[in-house]
Write a protein that binds this ligand. Structure first.
Ligand SMILES: Nc1nc2c(c(=O)[nH]1)N[C@H]1C(S)=C(S)[C@@H](COP(=O)(O)OP(=O)(O)OC[C@H]3O[C@@H](n4cnc5c(=O)[nH]c(N)nc54)[C@H](O)[C@@H]3O)O[C@H]1N2
Ligand SMILES: Nc1nc2c(c(=O)[nH]1)N[C@H]1C(S)=C(S)[C@@H](COP(=O)(O)OP(=O)(O)OC[C@H]3O[C@@H](n4cnc5c(=O)[nH]c(N)nc54)[C@H](O)[C@@H]3O)O[C@H]1N2
Ligand code: SF4
Ligand SMILES: [Mo]
Length: 739
């Protein structure tokens, strides 16, 4: 079961001679499909519409969907190749249990025996150490139905407080910032509003590589005359086509936002009417940004005063605008402060809730939005309700038919779960759709924790690097092997349709979880026959919550090609623009557009603090990390798709020629990068597109190539997101790989 970055042999053997590319991205084959299934891409949060071609229970090709309003016939390289993972030889087709004597360290296990073994370990651990000693980790690639059921399983069957999901590494800073400022956590506008914006502000988002279809919206807006401002320590592909690029020092965005607000106030580029009628807290924020003069802002951010003034003027004077950000400002130990700083600029301008006046975080994973709404976050219940709120507990307990006192309270976040394992407080772990050995920071610590845990079971369709440490592995379904709903980055709930059956013993996650619940003696509440039945309960459980899906049905999604939440009843068509006057809002009840009792948005003082680890004589260079276009997340899926591997075969250390020459490093040289937590050796990629004080390494690779050996486990105190975007390193030329 070694990871083989090969093209999908089975598919190529079968259909290879017929494969041909034509019309740009469109794949044509000489094979006639039995069926064509309209669905969506399994990868990023944009959820492009895709049409899968199926023959003999195998997906062998695709077409982009012209009819889906978001991508309108476009796809990125990952979407184009996504179906190649389906019949990869590494696909898990049966359950496995650890057995050091078997080849690869695992031996196959019948499904029922695997369920039996996991359930009995859960019972053993929970009766010896208490319910919270067994933890669950889940994921945002899961459909709403799966996310909902996994949350219910944790809270009602296991009764553990300790469930969290991989969105903890992703968008929680944006979520927390949005809740503080707007009372709700969802993109405020549909992406079509980008087209009407005069100024587009992009902070910390490598749009062209990570949200490729969004590039098209931005470029169309440029055609109509929009000015594009990009803030990033690297000249990313979108930055190459922008009108103003601010090469920020990693970790200092909140200072930039405060500096721009300072200039907006000084020049009276404010919407006083909006601030007075629709917001609270402006005066405190105005006071707090007084100190952020252009001189001070420039000194802290490394951006020129001229650049700061230009950005403030364009933003300040615009009539319409769209501000978006992604992990570049969110992956920080002060990620929430960064987000609040960004929102303050939007609120001061008054440009939100109207056509062409928008704001949103670019979500990450397929269901980055929906999977953070239905109860798999460590403090959450369905409908974006809170575990520690007595009214919310009562509402959900009623739907589940239990006493609210049976529900646990908020538990540990995804990283804290590993600290608790290390301390012996958590003894057992089940992960579904999460690969912490690659994706969590300081992953040498994660490995040590995994060595300590008494029992670990993983559910995945590939044996990912964390599952290598498992005692039992259960094979799950690929996205195209089940149906369900997903909520894409605009807040539009869409439908994933089943194209093929699961191979071998693999089955959808919800079935595995339900079988476990049954084996634990929990039949009641876990008797769903289909994702549709789960969705019907989710609708009821979310009714009256902030993320209200109660008026959404599978039929309405098909008919409307997606439904934006909130959608409180079956006659309602959904809410594309969240804060539009007159939009349905369960909290303000007509008092105003924002989700607080008085209907007003909140300005929040956004405080600058340096990153947890700053550079010094020993570790003089900033390391920042992120993505490349052809690879996806921890790489489990895309490192198995040959053509994507060919595009970017191995991680490289991006560095500026000035830094490289100071260290005697030439392009392609082996370079050892070392932090206080670990080291790795990769080839250098010398580029003029990065700040000379910063290096960049993509994180999609495992083992000795994993950059998370170096990163720091500092977390934001509010959102608990790890600081993936800044740590201090030193580097040197190395004669060879050293490995
Ligand atoms: N190709 C591809 N696409 C993806 C994914 C993938 O793995 N591969 N993953 C999906 C997921 S889950 C996510 S979360 C999104 C992520 O999408 P993005 O957030 O756009 O991607 P990242 O590469 O993590 O970081 C974005 C940018 O932040 C910059 N940056 C680093 N530090 C700072 C800083 O302090 N300030 C500012 N302003 N910028 C900074 C980096 O240089 C980088 O260009 O992409 C989604 N789409
Ligand atoms: N250094 C650094 N580290 C980072 C980041 C960074 O920018 N820099 N970004 C962070 C971000 S934004 C994210 S989102 C995380 C992602 O981190 P992870 O969530 O660990 O990454 P994935 O690759 O999505 O891992 C999920 C696993 O789920 C499996 N999977 C996919 N779909 C399903 C499904 O439907 N069911 C089941 N059972 N399994 C499934 C995949 O095969 C894979 O093995 O990484 C974070 N880590
Ligand atoms: S942009 Fe995202 S959703 Fe669209 S094809 Fe690419 S990975 Fe898939
Ligand atoms: Mo993410």
């Amino acid at each position: 079961m070694a990871l083989l970055p090969v093209d999908c042999t089975a598919i190529l053997e079968r259909f290879g001679p017929h494969l041909a590319y034509s019309e740009g991205l469109r794949l044509t084959t000489g094979v006639e499909p039995d069926r064509i299934v309209d669905t969506h891409c399994c990868f990023c949060g944009q959820q492009c519409g895709i049409r899968l071609k199926v023959k003999d229970n195998q997906v062998f090709g695709f077409e982009p969907r012209e009819d889906f309003p978001f991508n309108q016939g476009m796809l990125c390289p990952k979407g184009v190749k996504r179906y190649l993972q389906g019949s990869h030889p590494d696909r898990l087709l049966s359950c496995y249990e650890r057995d050091p004597r078997s080849p690869g360290g695992f031996r196959p296990l019948p499904y029922e025996r695997a369920i039996e073994r996991v359930a009995s370990e859960i019972q053993r651990i929970q009766s010896a150490y208490g319910p919270d000693a067994f933890a669950l980790l889940s994921g945002a690639s899961l459909t709403n139905e799966k996310a909902y059921l996994i949350g219910k399983f944790a809270h009602m069957a296991l009764k553990t407080a300790n469930i969290d999901y991989n969105g903890r590494l992703c968008m929680v800073s944006a979520g927390a910032g949005n809740k503080k400022a707007f009372g709700v956590d969802r993109a405020a506008n549909p992406w079509s509003d980008i087209l009407k914006a005069e100024v587009i502000w992009i902070s910390g988002a490598n749009v062209a590589e990570c949200a490729p279809i969004t590039t098209n919206y931005i470029w169309q807006a440029r055609e109509f005359g929009a000015k594009v401002i990009v803030i990033d320590p690297r000249i990313t592909p979108i930055a190459r086509t922008c009108d103003l690029f601010l090469p920020i020092k990693p970790g200092s965005d909140v200072a930039l936002f405060n500096g721009v607000l300072h200039l907006m106030i000084e020049n009276d580029w404010l919407d006083h009417e909006f601030i007075n009628s629709h917001t609270a807290g402006f005066n405190d924020v105005a006071e707090s940004v007084k100190a952020w003069t252009p001189e001070k802002t420039a000194a802290v951010t490394g951006v020129s005063e001229r650049g700061i003034r230009q950005a403030a003027e364009w933003w300040g004077r615009a009539k319409t605008s769209f501000l978006m950000h992604a992990r570049g400002i969110e992956h920080h130990s002060h990620g929430v402060q960064n987000v609040l700083g960004a929102i303050n600029l939007v609120l001061a301008s008054g440009r939100i809730g109207r056509p062409g006046c928008g704001y949103g975080t670019i979500t990450g994973q397929a269901n980055g939005q929906g999977a953070r709404e239905h109860g798999q976050k460590c403090d959450q219940l369905p409908g974006y309700r809170e575990l520690n709120n007595p009214a919310h507990r009562a509402e959900v307990a009623q739907v589940w038919g239990i006493d609210p006192r049976e529900l646990p309270h908020a538990g540990a976040d995804a990283y804290e779960i590993f600290r608790k394992i290390d301390r012996g407080e958590i003894r057992g772990l089940l992960s579904i759709c999460f690969n912490p050995m690659v994706s969590l920071p300081d992953n040498n610590f994660i490995r040590r924790a995994l060595d300590k845990v008494e029992f670990y079971a993983a559910v995945d369709f590939f044996l990912n690097e964390t599952a290598h440490h498992a005692d039992v592995v259960l094979p799950s379904a690929l996205q195209e092997e089940d149906e369900g709903t997903v909520t894409q980055l605009e807040g539009r709930v869409i439908k994933i349709n089943k194209a093929v059956d699961c191979p071998g013993d693999a089955r959808p996650d919800w079935k595995i979880v339900q079988d476990l619940a049954h084996r634990l003696g929990c039949e009641r509440g876990f008797s769903f026959q289909s994702p549709r039945e789960i969705f019907e309960e989710l609708r009821r459980a979310s009714r009256g919550g902030i993320a209200d899906y109660s008026g959404i049905t599978y039929e309405k999604i098909e008919k409307q090609n997606g439904v934006f939440w909130p959608c409180p009843d079956e006659k309602h068509t959904g809410t594309p623009r969240l804060f539009e006057p007159g939009s349905w809002n369960p909290v303000a009840q007509g008092a105003g557009p924002f989700y607080f009792a008085d209907g007003k948005a909140r300005f929040n003082v956004a405080t600058y603090t340096p990153s947890a680890e700053t550079t010094d004589e020993d570790y003089p260079v900033i390391l920042t990390t992120g993505r490349v276009v052809s690879q996806y997340l921890s790489g489990t899926q895309t490192r198995r798709i040959g053509p994507l591997v060919d595009q970017y075969p191995e991680p490289r250390v991006e560095m500026h020629p000035r830094l490289a020459s100071r260290l005697g490093i030439a392009d392609g040289d082996w370079t050892t990068v070392e932090s206080r937590r670990g080291q790795l050796t990769l080839r250098a990629q010398v580029v003029t597109t990065i700040r000379p004080d910063t290096i960049f390494i993509p994180y999609h690779w495992a083992g000795s190539q994993s950059v998370n050996q170096l990163t720091i486990s500092a977390q934001d105190p509010i959102s608990r997101i790890p600081e993936f975007k800044v740590c201090a390193v030193r580097l040197r030329k190395t004669p060879s790989t050293g490995s």
